[in-house]
Design a protein around this ligand. Structure first.
Ligand code: UDP
Length: 192
């Protein structure tokens, strides 16, 4: 389907189920894919920062993360089918990755959070390979990118908050033909 333009940002007009199926397909085919899960804050930030707007529109898919975008789309008389949140996609991909023996790399959050997250993932998704983890407080990204290149994961979850996570993905996505997705504070939520 055609994307729906919200303040110049092209949003995927899809259901959560359909979008999950799209992602299964791109992961199985090792298509290099960049997904932005955009909430109203991200849209407003993009409008105020043209460089960031340009950067997020290099994504293959921008999905509406949260009810604010759905309500805005309705008001603009260009309704979107359903919200597709970063956290829900994250949990779904962990489950699907576990069932299909995929591998994932995790970048983001504070060191204690990413350590806890690793344990939670190992316990709950034992057949998902953890290709690597790194906290989100780094200066130079060279070591992380080298590690992603070496391990060639199926999925790269980047949870360093916007705009950092999208800039990281835009800059580094050629390191692996994976699904690269920015998911904000999701590691904190899953790690509890
Ligand atoms: N974070 C990070 N590196 C940074 C700044 C933030 O890893 O340099 C993490 C932070 O620990 C938290 C997440 O990014 O886990 C930001 O969460 P938030 O819910 O604020 O996401 P946003 O709405 O900003 O995308």
């Amino acid at each position: 389907t055609q994307p729906v333009d919200i303040l110049g940002i092209p949003f995927e007009n899809t259901t959560e189920k359909d979008f999950q199926a799209i992602l299964h397909n791109v992961i199985n085919q090792h298509q290099n894919t960049f997904v932005v899960t955009a909430n109203p804050e991200i849209v407003m930030y993009a409008k105020a920062n043209p460089d960031y707007e340009k950067l997020i529109t290099t994504a293959d898919y921008i999905v509406p993360d949260g009810i604010g975008i759905i309500m805005g789309a309705k008001m603009l008389k260009t309704p979107l089918k359903e919200r597709v949140t970063g956290y829900d996609l994250f949990v779904h991909l962990l489950e699907w990755g576990n069932a299909n023996q995929k591998s994932a790399y995790f970048v983001g959050a504070q060191p204690a959070v990413i350590r806890k997250l690793k344990k939670v993932v190992q316990e709950n998704y034992p057949f998902l390979t953890i290709a690597g983890t790194h906290d989100g407080y780094f200066g130079d990204d060279r070591n992380i990118v080298h590690d992603i290149k070496r391990t060639q994961p199926d999925m790269v979850f980047v949870a360093t908050g916007y705009p950092k996570q999208e800039a990281f993905i835009n800059k580094n996505r050629r390191a692996a033909d994976a699904l690269w997705i920015g998911i904000g504070g999701s590691f904190d939520v899953l790690a509890g």
